[in-house]
Design a protein around this ligand. Structure first.
Ligand code: ADP
Ligand code: MG
Length: 630
């Protein structure tokens, strides 16, 4: 009655490939076998709606292990397989996948090929860990049972066997341990428990295991063996939101995503339409330690009808929301999907789109209704959103612009661009900003004084990316952004303009002399219209700003084109220093270059630049002090 058979040729190649560890996560064999068992239970469950006598309540998956003999047994009381089904289902693999299979082989992309998923050859994953697999099965409503046995490479045999109960029992004889892999670990109870929790927690049927533990104390202590259900069966995300307590969400998040802190925000949503899915998303309450480094991997866990498919499916979450953790479960995705396929999957794109919009709208809601919470969020991940505006040439700016916050000169509080524009002074046409290391330093900038004095609000930019982000935005609500240390501000009245022009004319020679002595350092020396009480400042011409110059200089490859802001030294004509300059120039024309250097160095310091020659600066100051004491 028994016969030896060979696997089909392709099957054999595929098996070889798989067994030779093209697929790195050997542990997924358990997920595959459990999901097959679950499918078999589903099929029987379905029949039970039309047929009498099926014990629907008792459908389950049992696992037992034997550490000594290194075996794992997985059994179900599902639909089972008869002889021809064993032959058909387990004798041939990659029935339709041969073409794709060849392509994969040719391209030799070994790293990320989910062979199992791609070909629907889940069952064969068993051979990644087992040297022999025995499948005993008795089909529902049939008399005879059959045993399928294979070592994975030399074909298989099918024999009749004794099996009392309906369903399928699969026995794995684990491979011998090697240096690289301890196959015997898979026969450990805790390992099985962990894997079930990790991959199959939400399988609808109980997955049970006989678990041994000690009970009692001292002499009464004895080993008891009891049946334990390993999976929770109902996914949290499938339960009604109104029935889930905050703690449950929090515990779930912390367990699943290894965080010690509760999430700041939980987003639980069910979407129907082109693609139906549940998403359970979390915004962490702090940035992971490696968040702004290369090590951090974004992505959401992906499930198909409760069966875990993969961790960190990165295409589900856009770069600018990469801080979001969570999972997505869809009945519209097949189990047989690999990372590579995901990138091109249309349904996945639809899902990713909906998820992005959902996150945006939740953040907007938080910003509108829970300002304090939002500012906490901003402290953690605001930088990410600003990068998001800047990245991809501004492709995501509309998604993000109304989520941005900047510190403003008014009360040094965070404002949105909308808030800024709404309270702009009458006649104000631009959005003023200034950059620097910190808010206090910017607040002290000479150029900030007059702008504030005239009643305008200034956005204080303290992150490297800020100015680049504003440059990508260009404007908000048709209001352009204007750097207060750059170009003309046009804050002065016609009258004031005239006065400055006159002064300029009167002091033409002096200004020329200053310009001449600083000719290597600045492109112009001007009488300033942006200074109030400060003697001097450095401004940049339109184009590159000082801040951008500094950021460029910090880039890994430096500033290869040597791009620099065009520097202009501005002197306050209403400051006593201007009279001093006039006096010096009148008395001793040669001395003016020393004064010019000093003024320039001061302006550099105020702008947060390093001095080119600090010693010379210090000597010059001392010289002045000595002179003044005479
Ligand atoms: P897939 O699950 O994608 O169909 P598998 O290689 O995992 O591919 O399984 C092949 C087939 O073998 C299944 O489609 C099913 O018909 C059959 N099978 C596997 N395991 C069982 C089981 N425990 N009970 C009944 N049939 C099974
Ligand atoms: Mg399967």
């Amino acid at each position: 009655m028994s016969r030896n058979k060979q696997f089909k040729a392709e099957s054999k190649r595929l098996l070889d490939l798989m067994i030779n560890s093209i697929y790195t996560h050997k542990e997924i064999f358990l997920r595959e076998l459990i999901s097959n068992a679950s499918d078999a239970l589903d099929k029987l469950n379905y029949l039970s709606f039309n047929e009498e006598g099926i014990d629907r309540e008792n459908l389950k998956i049992k696992i037992s292990t034997d550490e000594q003999n290194k075996t794992i047994i997985i059994s179900d009381n599902g639909i089972g397989m008869n002889e021809s089904e064993l032959e058909e289902n387990l004798g041939t693999i990659a029935k339709s996948g041969s073409l794709v299979f060849k392509q994969e082989l040719d391209e030799n992309k070994k790293d990320d090929v989910d062979i199992i998923g791609q070909f629907g050859v889940g069952f064969y994953a068993a051979f990644m860990v087992a040297k022999e697999v025995v499948v005993e099965s008795k089909k529902y409503n049939e008399e005879k049972a059959y045993r399928w046995v294979s070592d994975g490479s030399n074909g298989y045999r099918i024999d009749e066997c004794d099996k009392a109960d309906r369903g399928t029992t699969i026995t794995l004889f684990l491979k011998d341990d090697t240096k690289e892999e301890n196959y015997s670990d898979f026969a450990k109870q805790f390992k099985i428990e962990t894997l079930v929790k990790k991959y199959s927690d939400y399988i609808r049927y109980p997955i049970t295991m006989m678990v041994s533990k000690y009970e009692g104390e001292g002499d009464d202590k004895q080993l008891v063996v009891e049946e334990k259900t390993l999976n929770s069966m109902v996914p949290l995300w499938k339960r009604k939101r109104s029935e889930i307590k905050d703690e449950e969400y929090n515990e779930f998040y912390k367990n699943k995503f290894n965080d010690y802190a509760d999430p700041q925000k939980v987003i639980h949503t069910h979407v129907e339409g082109a693609v139906t899915f549940d998403a359970l998303l979390f915004i962490p309450s702090h940035a992971p330690y490696n968040y702004y480094s290369q090590d951090y991997e974004k992505g959401l866990q992906l499930y198909s009808s409760g069966v875990f498919i993969m961790d960190k499916a990165s295409d589900l979450i856009p770069e600018h929301f990469r801080f979001v953790r969570g999972l997505v479960d869809s009945q519209d995705l097949s189990l047989n999907i690999s990372r590579e396929m995901l990138q091109h999957d249309r349904q996945l794109k639809v899902m990713a789109n909906r998820i992005e919009k959902k996150i945006q709208s939740e953040l907007k809601k938080m910003l509108a209704n829970e300002r304090e919470e939002y500012e906490k969020f901003w402290a953690n991940f605001g930088l990410q959103l600003k990068y998001g505006v800047y990245n991809d040439f501004g492709a995501h700016k509309d998604m993000l612009v109304d989520l941005l916050l900047f510190t403003s000169s008014k009360e040094k509080k965070l404002v949105t661009l909308k808030e800024y524009v709404e309270r702009m002074k009458e006649g104000q046409e631009v959005i003023y900003f200034a950059s620097g290391d910190d808010v206090n330093k910017i607040d002290q900038l000479p150029a900030a004084e007059l702008v504030k004095d005239k009643g305008y609000e200034i956005l204080y930019l303290t992150d490297n990316v800020d100015e680049f982000a504003l440059q990508v935005l260009q404007e908000y609500d048709s209001k352009k952004f204007k750097n207060i240390t750059q170009g003309d501000l046009n804050l002065e009245s016609e009258e004031e303009k005239k006065q400055v022009e006159e002064k300029k004319e009167e002091n033409k020679d002096l200004l020329e002399a200053l310009k001449e002595s600083l000719k290597d350092k600045v492109s112009d020396v001007k009488l300033s219209t942006r200074l109030k009480s400060h003697p001097v400042c450095l401004s940049a011409d339109e184009g590159l700003s000082f801040e951008m110059e500094k950021v460029l200089a910090q880039m890994p490859d430096g500033n290869p084109y040597g791009m620099k802001a065009v520097r202009i030294l501005e002197i306050n004509p209403n400051h006593a220093i201007f009279n001093a300059l006039q006096n010096v120039y009148a008395k001793d024309k040669d001395k003016i270059s020393k004064y010019a250097d000093l003024l320039y160095d001061q302006a550099l310091l105020i702008e947060g630049f390093d001095l080119e020659d600090p010693i010379a600066f210090s000597n010059a100051v001392c010289e002045l002090m000595v002179e003044a004491s005479k």
